[in-house]
Design a binder for this molecule. Structure first.
Ligand SMILES: [Mg+2]
Length: 279
């Protein structure tokens, strides 16, 4: 079967070989990055983010659009939790693999599920298939979303945009039937603005819809709310499509992780690795 990778909220559905791009250390995690060379310096990132906050105070009916997974939220603790449950599940039948899963920590997690099993020291392909199914049965459901944490600086930056007058749109590849309630609770508990006037949570109508297809269809309609000042996403394809629909807005790639074999990133997009703003 040809290698097929679902979009980022789904994560990879089968083994993905590491891309040839250089591997970089992202907050303690070694990850492949195609865009490391384009990352803004700390001062340039701070300047970019502050300029967006300022624009939110000046533009009429400003809107800022944020992806969730890999952009505002770090899913690695959700994956780690599932690996620890897998350890319990395998404890009798596969004690060696179970012990390896139990040792997984957030900082070990990379994009591909099977990559993570291999990195844990599990090479049996039958266990890969079983582990992948175990992960799929949990990762995309409300109950597990509460393990996510914010990408550094994310909450503070979203709040700064909101308080400067922007409407906030969370535009995510998570699906409405299975992930809406967990997502609302997660954003609330992490203290992002949600559930108040000036915020929208926009989810896919069904799991099967491809993320970029969904975002491409939805992006033009954001003009109903106002004028897009900036959009943030960890997938280059999504950054590019926002520039197609809203060329006047800043498009910013979060260089945390992305699906393998990404398209070239539009030259107009900025690249940052966190939302931290230093003085
Ligand atoms: Mg994402």
């Amino acid at each position: 079967m040809a290698s097929r990778v679902q979009s980022d909220a789904r994560g990879p559905v089968e083994r993905v070989e590491p891309s040839p791009e250089r591997w970089v250390r992202v907050r303690g995690v070694v990850s492949p990055s195609s865009f490391h060379a384009r990352r803004s310096s700390d001062s340039a990132r701070t300047e970019l983010l502050e300029s967006i906050v300022v624009a939110c105070g000046r533009v009429e009916r400003p809107v800022v659009v944020f992806d969730l997974d890999g952009t505002l939220l770090d899913n690695r603790p959700r994956v780690t939790r599932i690996f620890h449950e897998l350890a319990e599940f395998w404890s009798i039948r596969h004690p060696d693999a179970a012990e390896k899963c139990a040792r997984v920590r957030d900082e070990h997690i990379v994009y591909g599920v099977i990559d993570n099993l291999v990195r844990a020291g599990i090479d049996d392909e039958a266990l890969h298939r079983e582990g992948l199914q175990f992960w799929r049965d949990r990762f995309f459901y409300d109950a597990y979303i509460r393990y996510d944490v914010e990408v550094p600086g994310a909450r503070s930056f979203v709040r700064a945009c909101f308080e400067a007058g922007a409407s906030i749109v969370y535009l995510t590849g998570r699906d409405l039937p299975n992930m809406a309630l967990g997502t609302l609770a997660s954003l609330r508990d992490l203290d992002f603005p949600i559930g108040v006037v000036g915020t929208s949570l926009v989810l896919k109508p069904a799991f099967e819809v491809a993320d970029s297809e969904f975002k491409n269809a939805v992006a033009p309609s954001i003009s109903r709310i106002g004028n897009v000042v900036a959009s943030f996403d960890n997938e280059p394809a999504n950054c590019n499509l926002f520039l197609d629909h809203h060329p006047e807005a800043r498009s910013v790639l979060l260089d945390t992780h992305h699906a393998p074999n990404p398209p070239p990133l539009d030259d107009r997009a900025a690249v940052i690795d966190s939302f931290l703003r230093h003085g």
